[in-house]
Design a protein around this ligand. Sequence first.
Ligand SMILES: O=P(O)(O)OC[C@H]1O[C@H](OP(=O)(O)OP(=O)(O)O)[C@H](O)[C@@H]1O
Ligand SMILES: O=c1cc[nH]c(=O)[nH]1
Ligand SMILES: [Mg+2]
Length: 216
Amino acid sequence: MSTHKDFPNLHILDHPLIQHKLSHMRKVSTSTKTFRQLLKEIALLMGYEITRELPVSYEDIETPICAMKAPVIQGRKLAVVPILRAGSGMADGLIELMPSARIGHIGLYRDPETHMPVEYLVKLPEVEGRTFILVDPMLATGNSAVAAIDTLNKYGVADKDIRFMALVAAPEGVKVFQDAHPDVPIYTAGLDEKLNEKAYIVPGLGDAGDRLFGTR
Ligand SMILES: O=P(O)(O)OC[C@H]1O[C@H](OP(=O)(O)OP(=O)(O)O)[C@H](O)[C@@H]1O
Ligand SMILES: O=c1cc[nH]c(=O)[nH]1
Ligand SMILES: [Mg+2]
């Protein structure tokens, strides 16, 4: 994991396995089935990296040989919140890693003309004492991610209790996000070059939702 000199909140997950799988996802020739499988696998690997700092406490257990104090993840409850639709493909991987996490949903789509997000669904678990991992493969203009965090705030989740995980990010979006929510760390596998005139990430991987679900 490395940080970026211009973006103090941005953590780039540069593990070779993550990078290798992302390269396959980017290819225009990759099928829906493979894209879906790789998104899930990368999310699991990213989840492994970002949960590195979870606090542990020690519990008395008995092995078949003797008693010992064994580390277990301590206290705080977790929620995974995908931004629909494409975020659901990442949530699948995280839930495999953390099967007892609660799952919330925030449904947003980008208006094709204005590129501004339109909210169509919010359903969240109890927020008290919980850390939220918000997931979406694409951080493009940053407007969807900012809107999703604003929504979490509205439901009582403080920025300090949120982590945002995006597969690929554009510098423009990282800046917008960081200016709006400087206390929310962003974890990404790829900081790309720029946005194009339709606000798609370049080189990116195209429309993540369409590639995940086989729509257009
Ligand atoms: O940073 P932004 O410019 O806001 O763009 C990123 C958003 O665009 C995509 O969703 P989309 O609107 O295509 O919805 P979908 O997942 O249903 O396809 C993507 O999954 C993000 O949510
Ligand atoms: O490149 C992009 C930008 C926004 N949404 C996507 O799915 N892809
Ligand atoms: Mg889409």
